[in-house]
Design a protein around this ligand. Structure first.
Ligand SMILES: [Ca+2]
Length: 534
């Protein structure tokens, strides 16, 4: 094993120490939870002297696709902070969210597990049951100061899951600013980080979640052009018609990404001034892709492929690298625990990235770890089908292919066209309202638009297969094409194996309860409700 930084020990079994809630009355459920909490068997972990435990600054935007940073190639966006972290660390070109929907993606990040293992947390506007351990909670138990600003674990309710504190940490949101554009919040994320940082004692490591509400919609219409961006120069993804409305919608979204990046830059500056930057793992990423049609809330790359850069001078060998292997954001939880010298609970099924960090090769060299596939899933996103039904689907993404399995192809993938079946009271409610969505709705029968309308909103077959290199926009479904029959079978088997190994109820003929869990989101439609379980 290549480990220049830390010495690896193999722990065959160890206790977890006192339960944080050890005063409560024990029930059968509690005992089951404690059994899981104590389950640290067969986990390699690093021996890191307490004084050298790294800090963690986890910066996460809300709804930003992979392409939309300077370092990843979009010429109309300035993201100097992301670019610096990438230049001085590792830029990941194959990072995927676990689910293209805020709450489930964040739950997977915190717990290091696929969303199909997380019960209610597989749905948005739900809860994260306390029995699922989070890296933040384990770091706090080990002595870390843990806090967050902006959007932490969200949206949903904590109490039904048995929690009282946001799983991202103690909240720091009191510092405000006057936002430069409409649609942005007034939270001064960087100032809130400073407030947290000032409270951390010098000998205590910290773990901070800097989560912006940007670039989630809505946007300040025309902000892109007003900040000097040129609609003629923007790269229009192939999933949209090339139209001025789309180009300007993209520019307005870029303005919010730049706001996120400025906050990251200020937080980095605080660490640099204090001399703490080089012993801090700085991560910059997003919870999932852009809030546009056939993107967010779909399993295609525009909804799932995210920017990811990680800087950690004392832990990353040969910085300035590009890592092409496929990773999931859920891999970060075990990564943080191993970096801190802590055991990884067995329930965390994700893989840590320490092998990626310790690469001995030259910049841009291919790496050792088997990062051959990422796994992505969705259950209920926003409530937009009759009776609260979701759109259950799973995907396997390799470097060359995207393979998708849709378990209920009779349902509308982007939500019902009739708003009467949607909690938000909009048609195709999985897709956030936007100028680009409205353009497709208004012109659906016109030449040049129908194809894009169908790509975004029409029903989809039970299986889909796309060639990434030949068809980066994933517009031509190869499933059922005899030339790709062997590939389809192989990818289907690989996905099935992972789902079985990790006990996905959808493939084990077990109760798959997501269609019937409560929905805690806003209901603009008073007639919409979740059906009782039969
Ligand atoms: Ca989001």
């Amino acid at each position: 094993m290549k480990q220049p930084i830390v010495c690896l020990l193999l722990v065959l079994a160890m206790g977890a120490g006192p339960h944080p809630d050890s005063n409560r009355t024990e029930t059968d459920k509690d005992r089951a939870i404690d059994d899981q909490r104590n389950d640290y068997s067969v986990v390699a972990f690093t021996s890191v002297p307490v004084a050298k435990r790294p800090n963690i600054l986890f910066c996460i935007s809300d709804d930003q696709s992979y392409a939309h940073t300077g370092a990843n190639g979009e010429p109309q966006i300035k993201t100097p902070a992301f670019d610096r972290i990438a230049r001085e660390g590792i830029r990941f070109t194959g990072a995927f969210c676990d689910a293209p929907t805020c709450g489930p993606s964040r739950s997977a990040i915190l717990t290091g597990q696929h969303i199909w293992r997380l019960e209610e947390a597989g749905n948005i506007h739900s809860t994260l049951p306390a029995k699922f351990m989070t890296y933040t909670e384990l770091l706090q138990d080990a002595g870390y100061a843990v806090g967050f600003t902006g959007k932490g674990w969200s949206p949903g309710r904590l109490e039904p899951g048995g929690r009282t504190v946001n799983p991202a940490g103690t909240e720091f949101n009191s510092r405000k600013l006057i936002p430069s554009f409409k649609g942005m919040t007034n939270k001064d994320y960087a100032a809130n980080f400073d407030e947290f940082f000032a409270q951390v004692s010098p000998d205590q490591p910290f773990c901070f979640w800097l989560g912006t509400h940007e670039p989630h919609r809505g946007y300040d219409k025309g902000a892109g052009q007003r900040t000097g961006k040129d609609p003629a120069k923007v790269i229009v993804p192939p999933i949209f018609p090339d139209h001025p409305v789309v180009r300007n919608d993209l520019l307005d979204y870029f303005v919010e990404i730049e706001h996120f990046d400025k906050m990251v830059a200020r937080a980095i500056q605080t660490l640099e001034k204090s001399g703490q930057l080089d012993n801090t793992i700085v991560v910059v990423t997003s919870d999932h892709g852009m809030p546009f049609p056939r993107a967010k809330a779909s399993l295609y790359d525009a909804g799932t492929h995210v920017p990811l850069a990680i800087r950690w001078p004392s832990g990353i060998t040969a910085p300035g690298r590009v890592h092409e292997g496929l990773v999931n954001l859920s891999d970060l939880a075990p990564t943080f625990l191993v970096a801190a010298g802590l055991p990884v609970p067995k329930m965390m099924t994700a893989g840590h990235l320490i092998d990626v960090f310790s690469n001995k090769g030259q910049p841009n060299q291919r790496l050792f770890k088997d990062n051959s596939a990422a796994f992505i899933a969705m259950e209920r996103h926003d409530g937009c089908r009759e009776g609260g039904k979701g759109y259950p689907c799973r995907a396997l993404r390799t470097r060359e292919y995207l393979y998708i399995r849709n378990f209920q192809p009779d349902r509308w993938p982007a939500g019902n066209p009739d708003r009467e079946f949607c909690a938000r009271y909009i048609p195709f409610g999985e897709v956030d309202s936007s100028p680009t969505k409205q353009l497709l709705l208004d012109n659906k029968d016109k030449i040049g638009f129908t194809r894009f309308y169908d790509l975004a909103f029409a029903k989809r077959p039970a299986e889909e297969l796309y060639s990434i290199k030949k068809d980066p926009g994933q517009l031509v479904d190869l499933a059922g094409n005899p030339k790709f029959d062997a590939i389809q079978k192989q990818l289907s088997a690989q996905l099935q194996q992972r789902l079985v190994e990790t006990k996905d109820p959808r493939v084990l003929d077990l109760d798959a309860p997501w269609d019937y869990y409560p929905y805690y989101g806003l209901r603009r439609n008073p007639n919409w409700k979740v059906d009782q379980k039969p």
